[in-house]
Design a protein around this ligand. Structure first.
Ligand code: 3PG
Length: 403
């Protein structure tokens, strides 16, 4: 069946200027500032190389992290990595839509590739608003006249109604890139045929996405069990009345996630047999891993699930017919704290059930482990899990409206 949005196959690209939104948001070492994984850059390389081969002047727009976070950096390294992967030059300007960026775009020749600066350095990009409003932002008004087409390949950010995700598509002929096209086909086909029991494994630090998805899936009756891991687990433990200790409460307060503790409390009460929380956890003391039952936690940072918890979670995962997982189970990039994430991924990979995992960090961990038994590794975390739980993705809706 033909997709209900335009794809690269519908565009005549020779000599045309194309604005391409990619999602190369990647794990960055907080100490050295170096990129830790190039999975997402590798994925988009396919779309970018196809555009260059077809003679397009390719202008890449992308984000890295969010303001205020340690990995909120420029995209210079991303350009170098992309250039190495493509084995062709990728130029970079430390500008988004100022005169330097606009002049560089206007001088591009067919087959050349330019990466603009981290689009979230621009304050309007952070605001989530309706597509019509985003079409009138400074960036969209200044960049859209310079290009012939907009291609959205950033499936991983498709749940964000931000200017670079929805604004250009309101102003210009637009299509989906190869990553977007492949993800949408795989995920829509997966959700049209969900076998029960269906288990969601929700972790990582993006608690806002996870709690919303959990609420949708539980209210719609589409999840049989939700296994909480990572920061999501800490919030549900706190919401369920467990003393996770001052250090860990402060971590949640500092991220302004306290409202989710209230939602967690409400959800735990209403769906108590469906939401599973850890029975033990690993904390970090002098860089060492120490495991404690949740009732006896010391005032130290929680960095991973405990062994008893992963054993129980693995049992539930093995009995599932469908598994959706998003976000790592702990600080897996730190030595000694990758056990929970790896045990969960191994259980998913060896489960006979159909499985989709998502999120930059979890996908990177699965790729590094070389796991073969996962049905689909999505480049999107929040985007894929929102789609699976039945939410509409704003960036996909605006592409559909063009057809
Ligand atoms: C992701 O990593 O999930 C995407 O890049 C979206 O990032 P965001 O959650 O900061 O919008």
């Amino acid at each position: 069946m033909a997709p209900d949005f335009y794809t690269i196959d519908d565009l005549d690209l020779e000599g045309k200027t194309v604005l391409v939104r990619v999602d190369i948001n990647s794990p960055v070492d907080p100490i050295t500032g170096l990129l830790l994984d190039d999975t997402r850059i590798r994925l988009h390389a396919e779309t970018i190389s196809e555009l260059a081969e077809k003679g397009a002047k390719t202008v890449l727009i992308a984000h890295q992290s969010r303001p205020g976070k340690k990995d909120f950096t420029t995209l210079q390294q991303h350009a170098e990595t992309l250039s190495n992967l493509l084995e062709r030059p990728v130029s970079y300007v430390d500008d988004i839509f100022g005169s330097n960026a606009r002049e560089t775009i206007s001088k591009l020749k067919g087959g050349e590739i330019l990466l603009l600066e981290n689009v979230r350095f621009y304050s309007e990009e952070i605001l989530q608003r309706e597509p019509l409003e985003q079409a009138e932002t400074h960036m969209v008004r200044l960049l859209s006249p310079l290009a012939d087409y907009f291609i959205n390949d950033a499936f991983a950010a498709a749940h964000r109604s931000q200017p670079s995700m929805v604004g250009f598509a309101m102003k210009m002929p637009s299509a989906a890139g190869r990553v977007m096209e492949r993800e949408l086909k795989a995920l829509y086909s997966a959700v049209s045929n969900v076998e029960r029991p269906c288990v969601y494994v929700l972790g990582g630090v993006k608690v806002d996405d996870s709690v919303m998805v959990m609420e949708n899936a539980l209210e719609a009756g589409s999840a049989d069990y939700i296994l909480t891991t990572g920061l999501v687990a800490n919030i549900f433990l706190w919401g369920g009345g467990v003393n996770i200790r001052k250090h860990n409460r402060k971590f949640i307060e500092d991220r302004e996630y306290c409202e989710y503790v209230k939602t967690a409390k409400k959800l735990c009460k209403k769906f108590k047999d469906k939401i599973l929380v850890p029975s033990d956890l690993a904390v970090c003391k002098d860089d060492k891993r120490l495991e404690y039952p949740v009732g006896k936690l010391p005032n130290l940072p929680i960095f991973d699930l405990g062994t008893e918890t992963t054993t129980e979670y693995a049992r539930v995962i093995r009995n599932a017919r469908t598994i959706f997982a998003n976000g790592p189970a702990g600080v897996f990039e730190k030595e000694g704290f990758n056990q929970g994430t790896e045990d969960i991924l191994n259980a998913i990979s060896s489960s006979p059930g159909f499985s989709i995992i998502g999120g930059g960090h979890l996908a990177a961990a699965a790729n590094q482990m070389g796991l073969r038994g996962i049905s689909h590794i999505s480049s999107g975390g929040g985007a894929s899990i929102n789609l699976i739980a039945g939410a509409r993705l704003p960036a996909v809706e605006v592409l559909r409206e063009q057809r």
